[in-house]
Design a protein around this ligand. Structure first.
Ligand code: G16
Length: 554
């Protein structure tokens, strides 16, 4: 490594010492921790992003957000050139960088990694990193740390894209690397144009049983509400009311947002019984998750939840219908559905009854996205509302070329419209990562296309009662799992204990896993009644505490 590069790294790294006694890990969605201890991590991820840009010779994204976590937390993650999550192959290096004890250690690690991976490094090289952050108060200072990290690599430049939703930044990175328009106004224009196109392509003959013309959206007091206010200016034919839009109505993610609504099954702050009968939706803190809900009357803040599984089912119905209209291609299009173990058992049964191929991956969009990309059309969603629809380049190319042919029969005309709809969906729904704003517009236009109310949508199947709880433990990483997190490997005997609890309940199912974004173990349980699901979750949580206490004492 050249002397000027060495000096630049040493000088800047000394300003960002590692906090004592902390071990950082690039978890489900990057590094997350209390914001007060993150400056060194974010600085080092800035360096990492520059190296990734040099290695791929492409634009890379760096997003500062802790999404659904409490406001005092923050985090940082990297977007790869495709707009997807950073390749998992670089995660061990990310961990090593974040935990390097001093500038000397950091320098050695970087030097070795650059050599091992043939990264073009030094004068004459060019790297570019787009930086984004959500509305957390700690974001501004952390963004400065990221800038310094990027700039510590000679030839790398950091471009501050300002306050964005996470999916916006991923979308921009993808567009930049494809040579497409990539500004925020381009993002808004693409979404509203594609929405308009799908509105125009609706069949005029469908009878509607909808009485509700508007949707009320909870912005989690974060960036999503603010951006939705801007997006809706260009959206015609849909009334969107935004609440908790981050203009001082309350605290980010506190009693509001998709995570709260999905886990607690209660309506968020800013909503009340007077909203019953209206379609409501909730975004999370960085607007990559979306759930819908209906406020129940006289029922102590309870809601009927329409979660990520139901959004997935709605999308699958729509896509399958368009595929069946594309008659000549019907057999050859590979459509795949990707879920995680959190998917409600009733949703998986429903999708399988539709004759769809359903696969499970571990939690984390990075796993679901990778799997969904194997299909012509891959639809992935986590129950928590994080997901999207991916279209392969080959399939999009085929749609475009078939559209150029003029059709003279009525079936041919319908097929052409179906192809146009699928092309419009591929532009509306974010191809880089799950995106609550684009997901919201797609749900809305599909409901209009089908003439469905939220109640009709919710009746697709009845969720099995479920419960999720968090268990605080000394070392959550003592739990390891296999089979898409459905089975515990360590500590020994915990899985047997879970099995024996599950066997006590009709339609019982339960699994446990360490969270990759919070310092907790998550417990999920479902059963044929709510009481049984609650009881199963509680008893499994007790086993988790017991077996982890044993593991730590050994
Ligand atoms: C992130 C990930 C999601 C994951 C969630 C919870 O969401 O992107 O894929 O489901 O964390 O992960 P865990 O259970 O490991 O804590 P977000 O919205 O917080 O970025």
């Amino acid at each position: 490594m050249a002397a000027d590069q060495q000096l630049a790294l040493f000088q800047t790294a000394s300003a960002f010492p590692l906090p004592p006694g902390v071990k950082f890990s690039y978890g489900t969605a990057g590094f997350r921790a209390d914001a007060s201890i993150l400056a060194s991590t974010v600085f080092r991820v800035g360096i990492l992003a520059s190296l990734r840009s040099l290695k791929t010779q492409s634009v890379i994204g760096l997003m500062i957000t802790a999404s659904h976590n409490q406001v005092s937390d923050n985090g940082v993650k990297i977007s790869d050139p495709s707009g997807g999550m950073m390749t998992q192959e670089w995660e061990p290096f990310a961990d090593a960088l974040a935990n390097a004890s001093d500038p000397d250690d950091l320098f050695k690690l970087i030097n070795q990694f650059v050599i091992n991976n043939n990264i073009p490094f030094g004068r004459g090289q060019y790297a570019e990193v787009l930086l984004g952050r959500d509305t957390r108060p700690s974001g501004k200072a952390l963004l400065e740390a990221a800038k310094q990290g990027v700039n510590a690599v000679i030839g790398a430049i950091a471009v501050d894209m300002g306050i964005l939703t996470t999916p916006q930044l991923h979308w921009m990175v993808r567009c930049r690397n494809k040579g497409l328009k990539a500004s925020e106004s381009d993002y808004f224009a693409q979404l509203s144009d594609a929405f308009g196109c799908l509105m125009d392509l609706r069949s005029q003959t469908i009878e509607t049983n909808r009485t509700d013309s508007k949707v009320i959206v909870d912005g989690a007091n974060g960036v999503g509400g603010k951006k939705l206010e801007e997006l809706k200016q260009g959206v015609k034919g849909l009334e969107i009311e935004v609440r908790n839009s981050g203009k001082g109505e309350g605290i980010l993610n506190a009693g509001v947002g998709a995570d709260f609504v999905q886990k607690e099954k209660l309506f968020p702050g800013g909503f009340g019984e007077s909203d019953s009968g209206t379609r409501c939706a909730s975004l999370d803190g960085d607007a990559d998750r979306l759930v819908y809900f209906c406020v129940l009357k006289g029922n102590s803040k309870k809601v009927d939840l329409v979660d990520g599984d139901k959004i997935l089912s709605l999308f699958a119905i729509f896509i399958k219908e368009q595929m069946s209209l594309l008659e000549e291609k019907k057999e050859k299009i590979k459509l795949g559905i990707v879920q995680t173990a959190y998917a409600n058992g009733a949703s998986t049964d429903f999708l399988k009854q539709m004759d769809l191929e359903v696969v499970l991956t571990p939690t984390g969009v990075k796993y679901l996205h990778e799997k969904a990309a194997e299909y012509d059309i891959g639809i992935y969603f986590e129950a928590n509302g994080h997901g999207t629809i991916l279209f392969s380049e080959n399939f999009l190319h085929w749609l475009e070329t078939r559209n150029a042919e003029v059709s003279h029969t009525s079936a041919g005309f319908e097929a052409q419209k179906a192809a146009l709809r699928l092309l419009a969906v591929s532009k509306l729904i974010n191809q880089a990562v799950g995106d609550a704003l684009s997901g919201l517009l797609l749900v809305e236009v599909i409901l209009l296309y089908l003439g469905w109310s939220i109640e009709r949508w919710n009746e697709l199947y009845q969720d099995l009662p479920s419960r999720q709880i968090k268990v605080s433990v000394a070392d959550r990483m003592a739990i390891t799992t296999t089979n898409a997190e459905t089975l515990v490997v360590t500590p020994p005997c915990l899985q047997e204990a879970i099995n024996s609890e599950v066997a006590k309940h009709s339609r019982g199912r339960s699994f446990v896993r360490p969270s990759g974004t919070e310092n907790v173990v998550r417990v999920y349980a479902e059963a044929s009644t709510q009481q049984a699901a609650d009881c199963l979750a509680q008893s499994v949580a007790e086993h988790v505490k017991h077996f982890l206490a044993l593991a730590t004492s050994n």
